[in-house]
Write a protein that binds this ligand. Sequence first.
Ligand SMILES: Cc1cc2nc3c(=O)[nH]c(=O)nc-3n(C[C@H](O)[C@H](O)[C@H](O)COP(=O)(O)OP(=O)(O)OC[C@H]3O[C@@H](n4cnc5c(N)ncnc54)[C@H](O)[C@@H]3O)c2cc1C
Length: 591
Amino acid sequence: MVETPSPYDLVVIGGGMAGVCAAIAAARRGCRAALVQDRPVLGGNASSEIRMHVCGADCSYDGLARRETGILEELRLENLVRNPQNSPSMWDLLLYEWVCREPQLDLYLNSLVLEPVMTNSRRIEAMRVRQLASERDFLLKGRYFADCSGDGQTAAQAGAEFRRGREAASEYNESLANNAADKYSLGSSLMFMARDMGRPMPFVKPEWAHTFPTDDSLAHRGHGRYRYGYWWIEWGGQLDTIADNELIRDELLKIVLGVWDHIKNHGDHGADHWALEWVGFVPGKRESRRFLGDYVLAQSDLETGRIFVDAVAYGGWPIDTHPVAGFRSSEQPCRQVAVPLYTIPLRCLYSRNIENLFFAGRNISATHIAFASTRVMATCAVMGQAVGTAVAACVRNGWTPRQATADGIAEIQQWLLADDCYIPGKTNRDVKDMARQADMRASGSTSGHGPEAVIDGIARTTQAGEHCWESLPLAGEEVWIELRWAAPQSISRLQITFDSHLEERLIFTQAEQVYAAPHIVRTVPARLVSHFTIQTPAGHGWRTVRAIAGNYRRHCREVFTPALVTPAIRISITATQGAHTARLFEIRAYT
Ligand SMILES: Cc1cc2nc3c(=O)[nH]c(=O)nc-3n(C[C@H](O)[C@H](O)[C@H](O)COP(=O)(O)OP(=O)(O)OC[C@H]3O[C@@H](n4cnc5c(N)ncnc54)[C@H](O)[C@@H]3O)c2cc1C
C-alpha cells in the first residue's frame, strides 16, 4: 500500500547541509515541509558517515565578519556547547534534533526518493518514496520541490536541464577553465580516522589493498598527521561519479589502506602507536550534475565580488579545483584561487524549465569553475536557507520561482535578513520593524559604538564599520540599551542579535591542527551576552518582563503573549561569556 500524506508546501530531497537548512527555513516560515533523506543520519558529507568539516567564507581572516549566520550559526554555536568532545555522532544528533523540533516539518529518514510524478512536462506533482527497514512506500505530494541531493537524480528524472563536466574557457569567458570542454569532474573521497593507542600497534595490509612503497608514490601528498584522513585520497574524476560510484568506492578503499600501510610499514613516519579506528564506506562525492537556472554563476561573478539584484546567499571559499586524476596525478592535489565575498542570485537556485523546482547545494546553476567555490557546505547551507525562505514567499503569493525573483525578491531578502542571514550589499528595510522608528539611548558607549548602530540595518562588521553598540565596561554594574517611541507600541516579538565574533572561523572538525590555527573559535565566544533582562517602564523605574541567563545564542527571539504595550523597552545586561563589554549588532521589534 502506498501512503499519501496530505500535500506538503515543500518536499526537500536530500538531507545534507543544504537540505536541512532549506527544510527548517521553510517550516519556520509557516510551510508544511517534508525532508527526505536516504541515509540513516542527516548532514550528507558533514555526517558521521563521511565526516567532512563544514567550511565557508570564514576560511580566510581579514578582520571582517565573513562567517555565515542564520540556521548554520545556530547549529555551530549549539555544537560548541553540546559537543565539546567533538564527536561526529553528536553532530548527527544535533541536526536530527533541529529538524525534529520543527512542528511543521516531517522527517523521512532511510527514505529514498525513487522518482517524481509529473503533472505535465514542466511541473512536478509528487515524489515516490521508499522507506527502507520499515518497508513503507509514500507518495509525497507538494506545491514546490527542492532537490538538495547533490547528484540531483530526481530533478534529472523530472527533465530539469543540467550540465556535467567542465566548460570550455570561451563559454563563460573563464581564464581558470581549460580551452576545451570535457566530461571530467572533481573525484570522490573516503576519509579515515586513527588513534594513538599508547603502545606499538601493528598494521597488516589486506592483500587486496594497494602498495605505496616509497614517498615518491605520494608526491605532494603530505602525510605527517594521522588522526583525520586525507581529502586528497580522491579518485574517479575521469569516470562517471554517479554510475561508477561502487567502482570508485572499491578503488578508494584500496588507496586508503595502501596509504595507511605506507605510513605504518614503509619508512619511519613516527606512527608506531597509531591504529585505524574508522574508515569511511560511503564515498564523499564532490561533483556530478549542475542544474541550469535562469542564470549560470561564473568565474567573473566570484572574482569581482558581484552583488546581484536578486542576491539571496553568498560565498567566499576560494575557487578550489583539483586535477581530474586525483590521487593518481603527480600535480599538487588542489589549486586554490582566492575570491572576495560574492553573492549568489536566486536565479541560480531554481530550474529554468521545471516551474516548481528549486536547488540548493553542490548541484546549483554554476559553471565548474564557480562551483569549485560554491560547493563548500557553509555556502550550501545558506543557499538552503534562501531556498526554504523563497518557497515560503512563493506559497504565500502563489508565485513560480521566476515570478518570485521578478516580483518578490525584496521581500525574500528582507525575510532572510530578519532571520539573521547575511546578504552583502543588502540592509534592513523592513517597514514592520518598529525598532527602526525608535529613539535609541544607552547607559554609555565606547567611542564610535553608539546605540543607534543597532538599527542601522547591518548586523555585522563590514568594511563600512562595526555596526554595533558596545557598552562601557560592565565592572559589576548592569549596562543597558533602550528603545523609546513617541507613543506606546504593541510589541509581540523582540529580536536581539549579539556578537558571536564572526571575524573568527567557527568550524567543527576532526582535524586537530585546524583548532591550533590562529583566529579559530574553540569555545563559546567571550563577546556573547549571557545574562540579560528585557524591561518596560513602570512608575519611575523599570519592570522586568523577561530574564535570560546563560545565553550562548547570537540571534535571540523573545515572543510576548500578550504583546507588550509600552512606550519603551530596555535591554539590561549583567554578564557576557567573558568579555568586559557587551556588544549588540541589531535589535528588531515587531507588533
Ligand atoms: C573528500 C571531500 C572533501 C571536501 N572538503 C570539504 C570541506 O572541507 N568543507 C566543505 O564545506 N565542503 C567540502 N567538500 C564539499 C562538500 O562536502 C559538498 O560539496 C557538499 O557536501 C554538498 O552539500 P549538499 O548538501 O549539496 O550535498 P550532500 O552533502 O551530498 O548531501 C545530500 C544528501 O542527499 C542524499 N540523497 C541523495 N539522493 C537522494 C535521494 N534520491 N533520496 C533521498 N536522499 C538522497 C544523500 O545521501 C546525501 O546525504 C568536500 C567534499 C569531499 C567529497
